[in-house]
Design a protein around this ligand. Sequence first.
Ligand code: NAD
Length: 256
Amino acid sequence: MARLSGKAAIITGGAGGIGAATGEVFASEGAKVALVDIDAGALAEVAAHIRKQVPSAQVLEIARDVGREASAAAIVKETLDAFGRLDILVNNAGIRSYEPLDEAKAETWQKILSVNLLSYAYLAREALPALRQSGKGAMVNISSTHAYNPRAGMGQYDVAKAGIISLTKTLAFEEAERGVRVNAVCPGLTLTPFHVRRFAATGKTEHDLRTEKVDHNIQRRWADPKEVAWPILWLASDEASFMTASVIMADGGTRV
Ligand SMILES: NC(=O)c1ccc[n+]([C@@H]2O[C@H](COP(=O)([O-])OP(=O)(O)OC[C@H]3O[C@@H](n4cnc5c(N)ncnc54)[C@H](O)[C@@H]3O)[C@@H](O)[C@H]2O)c1
């Protein structure tokens, strides 16, 4: 029996590394999947890949900017129009900025907070009526190890990721009696196309990254995006029925 059989899910940032892997894992477990991303071209490629890997997959492509408040209601409406229900919301879209706080511009703060934090709050708000109606609604918010372990140079990102933990717990407390579970996953170093492109500029290939020994975690390696997608799947599934207001660290044992 597929673990998400009969369920419909929204995954934001669905064209990126972790979002695409989650979309594929969800589809392979029987969910209808609405993938949301600002990059329509990458979204079409990921949707085509999932349909190839999982011929029974029902994948809806929603090309929208989640950083705009109005997108949230539109995304939920498009999903309900296509699938007739909504059981799972995975808030995963994320952007990065590398400004130290003494140089941080208001424009960057606003962009990071809009995409990495407020989009989670607005989509949660708009999705909740349908998630409550599901009877077994589940939300999984993607934060980062850096919510707990902030560093120099990415303060805006780390602040937003810490905010996601707080948002997750507040929503869990507010929704517990309405049957919606809300949890977070904190990925550690995960080898996504973004990082492959970033390191290509320094001369490192994907093979170099896959085989190098890193100091960030006790497994001393990068995660494959699917290694983050599996914990997301579990939290979204009915197997995690006693899990709410929880945070799973999918980080290979990150060193603090
Ligand atoms: N990869 C890692 O090492 C890592 C570690 C910790 C946390 N995370 C978090 O996991 C999540 C996914 O990360 P990833 O590595 O797969 O990232 P990614 O950059 O590969 O994918 C992010 C996706 O979000 C989309 N996106 C960006 N802005 C958007 C917007 N305004 N509207 C709609 N879509 C938008 C991008 O187009 C992209 O497809 C992010 O929240 C990230 O912060 C990643």
